[in-house]
Design a protein around this ligand. Structure first.
Ligand code: UDP
Length: 426
């Protein structure tokens, strides 16, 4: 659809929220992984919610953790009887530049949005609020980009929920102060951790971590042969040790620190290789600059493989890299939750993560993986694991059971259904 935006030129992007097509999933398929009890509890909670109209609203359908979660959660909500949709808000580059800055500031970066950028954020909020259809039982708004909706058009849904996926533990004070009036009014909100809940938050606050889907191509069981075969196609020497980090090219994920750590490991173990696998998200304009900075930092080292979704690295390839690597790293310096952590340990591989944000929720240091706070420590732990494969196997085995108990999607679905029931009864 072509239309004119006043004061600008013709664009081919329609100014409406875009519904996202998701596949089908069946809750019963998860029984053997999560147990009958949880599945029965979910069915019971879903009983009073049959035909309930639920809209998930997010900023992008591609790249990053939110879209990863919704491709599973939305089909499962449908499977248990909810009339559930996922819609992506309308936004142009000026909006995503502002929201990326907001994201960084909310995670502690010193630069707040300018007055003009706040105005841009509000203007797009108004466009999306106007275009949002009405009659929803629950409107579930993800992250700050669409957060203004509840304040702008409260009448369009009976119940409103705000889901925060980022680390708000040390936000830029100016930024959180500007955002707070829009989020405090949600009757229910969800945060990954207690210390992410900003002061002044109203309504009912739930501390609920997200989860991964064990049955997606990214997380399903892959044989060692298949994992090695796929990695081999990307130039990895499958007979030499491989360290890998899977994540967006973002300063908070610290791929440059991963390269520095790899270099320290290589001083004692020259045969080691590194893969940095990162998808580029459509709402992340900084991504390409940082991708180029990462390539520059690698400085042509043939044993550093920097791959992204434009090199055909999709879900199955991420699975292959996670299943095949000898050590998986998520050396973040800020991390809302870090789905890549649960994804990695679900593969039963040894894991080293930054001791920040949601990573310690998933990793008990020395039991299900290692937590580190410096390049040097990361290198030391990597060498320990590479030198002692049995150590890596036992960390991986325990890590996998921890994920099974706490971080698989059916548990997350149950937590949402409880909130929807609470809203229904309110
Ligand atoms: N991801 C991917 N391909 C990549 C890099 C990342 O599919 O090349 C996925 C990753 O597997 C995970 C999600 O993107 O499911 C990232 O979520 P996470 O919570 O780790 O971080 P976020 O990007 O939301 O900050």
């Amino acid at each position: 659809m072509l239309q004119v935006i006043p004061g600008t030129h013709w664009v081919s992007c329609p100014r409406v929220l875009q519904p996202v097509a998701v596949g089908n999933k069946t809750l019963t398929d998860y029984t053997h992984i999560c147990g009958r009890e949880l599945i029965a509890e979910i069915r019971e909670l879903a009983e009073p919610l049959q035909g309930h109209r639920v809209a998930h609203i997010s900023a992008t359908a591609f790249g990053g953790g939110v879209s990863e979660i919704l491709y599973t959660l939305v089909p499962l909500m449908r499977d248990v009887g909810l009339d559930c949709e996922w819609q992506v808000i309308y936004g142009r580059e000026e909006f995503f530049n502002a929201t990326k800055l907001m994201h960084n500031a909310l995670q502690g970066a010193p630069q707040d949005l300018s007055e003009e950028q706040w105005a841009i954020w509000r203007r797009y909020g108004e466009i999306n609020a106007r275009e949002l259809s009405d009659g929803w039982d629950v409107c579930l708004v993800h992250d700050p980009q669409p957060a203004a909706l509840c304040q702008l058009v409260p009448e369009k849904a009976k119940g409103w929920v705000w889901r925060c996926h980022i680390d708000l533990s040390t936000p830029n004070q100016d930024t959180i102060a500007q955002l707070l009036p829009y989020i405090e009014i949600y009757p229910h909100s969800l945060f990954h951790m207690d210390n992410y809940v900003p002061d002044g938050m109203g309504g009912e606050v739930h501390v609920v971590p997200p989860a991964i889907d064990p049955l997606t191509p990214k997380n399903m069981a892959l044989s060692p042969e298949d994992g090695a075969f796929v990695c081999g196609q990307f130039g990895i020497d499958v007979d030499r040790p491989l360290i890998c980090q899977v994540s967006r090219f973002d300063p908070w994920k610290d791929p440059l620190g991963v390269i520095d750590s790899y270099r320290l490991v290589k001083e004692t173990m020259p045969e080691v290789q590194l893969a940095l696998v990162g998808s580029m998200a459509s709402d992340d304009p900084e991504g390409w600059d940082f991708f180029n900075a990462t390539i520059a930092h690698a400085d042509g080292d043939p044993d550093i493989h920097i791959l992204n979704n434009f090199n055909n690295v999709g879900a199955i390839e991420v699975n292959a890299f996670q299943s095949h690597s000898d050590v998986l790293i998520q050396k973040s310096t800020r991390e809302g939750f870090g789905l890549t952590v649960s994804e990695a340990i679900w593969k039963g591989r040894p894991f080293i993560g930054g001791d920040v944000g949601g990573i310690p929720l998933q990793i008990e240091d020395g039991v299900t993986g290692y937590l580190v706070s410096s390049v040097e420590r990361c290198a030391e732990r990597t060498l320990e694991i590479l030198r002692d494969p049995e150590l890596g196997r036992s960390l991986g085995r325990r890590g996998k059971e921890h994920v099974r108990a706490h971080f698989l999607t059916p548990r997350y679905l149950r937590d949402y259904l409880k909130i929807f029931n609470a809203l229904r009864e309110a």
